[in-house]
Design a protein around this ligand. Sequence first.
Ligand code: 7PM
Length: 280
Amino acid sequence: MLLQLPRQRQLDLSKPKVMGILNITPDSFSDGGRFIGHDAALMQAESMLKAGAAILDIGGESTRPGANEVSVQQELDRVLPVIELLRKELDPVISIDSCKTIVMREAVAAGADILNDIKALQDEGAVALAAELRVPVCLMHMQGQPRTMQQAPVYQNVVQEVCQFLQQRADICIQAGIAREQIVLDPGFGFGKSLSHNYQLLSGLSALVQLNYPVLAGMSRKSMVGQLLELPVEQRLAGSLACATIAVMQGARIIRVHDVKETVQAVAVAQATLFGVEHG
Ligand code: 7PM
């Protein structure tokens, strides 16, 4: 399980890795002035890498559940300067969280290594672009559209349906020339799923792992933690760590989180349980 990144680099997923979330939105680094914002993004990136993040996921908040649409130009203006800055200053592995083909293309040109698409490359031209760019892709499952998906999600068997969808998308990608080894699958926790659906998916995550692609799981601070425990977003760390641990124990290889330092510790415990300890 070795993802081939641009510029002759690789990401080894034989052991689970932590992906740190770096949201580039006006309110996440609120200041009005772009330079202070970029400074704050750089500092947060530096701290996540120091805490052990293997990947930084950069998003311009285009597709958050219930969120307002962001224009392509706005998204480009938000993410491109930060990608260039990170590439120059820290040279981390960067994924671009976007479903817009223009943003994907420009982000990779600016230095992004991985495409993270919550629409699983279903937009016009996205599969062909990923094949052309030869970068790894994360395909995520979502039922419905971001603005309305949480209204009444319905499944007969959520684990089976998510696996079926992701297997189909992976097949389409491979047919279009994307290397099998460059595909990561993600069940899309919270994207068109009820609380019960989310826990059925977490419980059955090993079924997705068995499709034989690296699996990414993103549950950090999500409502599957908050709704269950009746806690606001700033008190969801312990629940999120439990989710991360349970996912890694079933074979997930990338855990997408806000709280990198704590998650790296939880993942290390799960990893030692699964694979043993190296020394001592
Ligand atoms: C509001 C609600 C704000 C939800 C942000 C979110 C995933 C992702 C997101 C995921 C992959 C968040 C989500 N979630 N990409 N992007 N997998 N691959 O909590 O689960 O960050 S946005």
